[in-house]
Ligand binder design. Structure first.
Ligand SMILES: *[C@@H]1O[C@H](CO)[C@@H](O)[C@H](O)[C@H]1NC(C)=O
Ligand SMILES: *[C@@H]1O[C@H](CO)[C@@H](O)[C@H](O)[C@H]1NC(C)=O
Length: 422
């Protein structure tokens, strides 16, 4: 969505008026943002900058290394002319689902589409037996949601090596993601996520990292751990891995065009190999040393090719590891959790109720257009039930981004409401 500044200006004034009116009349349909966890009484709606922040890919703090560039604010001064509208760009989201994962996957997809601006193509790789269930669930989505997405369901296939062997690696069919560059020849770039991921802000925001890649980068992931002393790879791995703690492949941006065209350094052939040529020999070489399957292979690949990886901060892949021994993801303490990754099965047991609360409210959200009433308030009360856990004791970390998202969605609705009545 792009607005001309003039229109935006008048819309914002109107919004302010509407809010005032609302306070007097208590309009139940256009529900205002509730008291925030961070600074009650702020009215972000009154500042044009809020809109820019919402549509702006990322705040400066997301730059790896946390370097702040104070002059950046000047470049983005309000008087700057907005760019002309670009031809519509689709975002691509890929997931691999096997076994008992349909509901979890559909909940992830729902979180992706609910908050996003640009349209999304879902590439769902699933066992044949799950396909009808996916179709039934996705066809039930209301039209105002489903018009923002297209989806395709693919069978699980392994184009190189022995399919049975790949299937056994780690979890059934997790290794599928390694083959996405070959299987999706028509796709330039995509975001791969595990089924147990939930988006708490627009997908557009992580998608924007693709444009930040320098000339050698072709994929982006978050570190596996923040502290090498307690990290798994740093203590136990018997194979090379990226950086000091390794990377987690549950949220992975890939420029597939670059991956398909690149020669990768390795310790098997001095000349380098393409991605496709490299996977099977690499697996053969390390199969007796790897524990976490394809994630280990990715760590080995980027150990030999570190200049190809963009590392994004931990709030884009926030896992129980970041809070169950005490809070150790500094970026999430500042920004809030942007993408929640409930690994270790925490959406389905009682071990981490803070994570489960998010899963349940997003799964149960009835698409009734009333995000505060039907998602945010239930989330807040469910979250309270997790205070006996270390993760539950940091609501400001868990709720900060999603609250921002809720406000942004509300403002978008107000604007559309005004436009349709103009
Ligand atoms: C991916 O890389 C190719 C080749 O460098 C480039 O043309 C394309 O724009 C990149 N895609 C994105 C989304 O940045
Ligand atoms: C891209 O960034 C990575 C990580 O900072 C670095 O190792 C690499 O040399 C950079 N590539 C270029 C072409 O600047």
């Amino acid at each position: 969505m792009r607005f001309r500044w003039k229109l935006l200006g008048s819309v914002l004034c109107l919004t302010g008026l509407l809010l005032l009116l609302h306070r007097h009349l208590g309009n139940a349909q256009l529900q205002p943002p509730p008291g925030s966890t961070s600074g009650r009484g702020r009215t972000p709606i009154a500042t044009p900058g809020y809109f820019r922040a919402a549509e702006d890919p990322m705040s400066r703090r997301d730059v790896p290394g946390g370097k702040k560039k104070p002059h950046l604010a000047k470049v983005r001064a309000p008087e700057q002319k907005p760019k002309p509208p670009m031809p519509e760009e689709w975002m691509h989201l890929a997931v691999v689902a096997c076994g008992d994962r349909v509901e979890e996957t559909v909940t992830m997809l729902k979180s992706a589409v609910l908050f996003s601006f640009k349209k999304i193509k879902f590439h769902i790789f699933a066992e044949d037996s799950l396909k009808p269930d996916f179709e039934i669930k996705l066809e039930k989505w209301p039209q105002q949601i489903s018009r923002k997405v297209e989806y395709k369901i693919y069978p699980i296939t392994f184009p190189v090596g022995n399919p049975q062997e790949w299937k056994k690696l780690f979890k059934p069919c997790a290794a599928q993601r390694l083959f996405l560059p070959m299987l999706l020849q028509d796709v330039d770039s995509l975001l791969y996520v595990d089924t147990d991921v939930l988006f708490l802000r627009p997908l557009d925001h992580i998608w924007a990292f693709l444009r930040r890649f320098n000339d050698t980068q072709l994929a982006a992931m978050a570190p596996e751990h923040e502290i090498s002393k307690i990290g798994w790879y740093s203590r136990f791995a018997r194979h090379p891995f990226y950086g000091t703690t390794g990377v987690n492949s549950g949220v992975m941006l890939m420029n597939l065009t670059r991956i398909r065209n690149q020669q990768f350094k390795n310790n098997m052939i001095p000349a380098g190999l393409t991605w496709e040529e490299m996977l099977h020999p690499l697996y053969q070489k390390y199969k007796n040393y790897i524990t976490w399957g394809d994630q280990d292979l990715l760590n080995i690949i980027f150990y030999f090719n570190p200049e190809m990886l963009y590392v994004f901060p931990c709030h884009w892949n926030y896992r129980p590891d970041h809070c169950m021994y005490g809070s150790n993801c500094k970026a999430a303490e500042e920004e809030g959790v942007s993408i929640l990754h409930g690994n270790r099965g925490v959406y389905h047991d009682e071990k981490q109720p803070a994570f489960k609360a998010f899963y349940e409210v997003i799964r149960d959200y009835p698409f009734d257009d009333n995000l505060f009433q039907s998602m945010y308030f239930p989330l807040q009360s469910k979250f309270l039930e997790s205070v006996h856990t270390l993760c539950g004791r940091i609501p400001q970390v868990f709720l900060k981004q999603i609250e921002k998202t809720m406000k942004m969605m509300y403002e978008r609705r107000v604007v559309m409401h005004i436009r349709s009545h103009a």
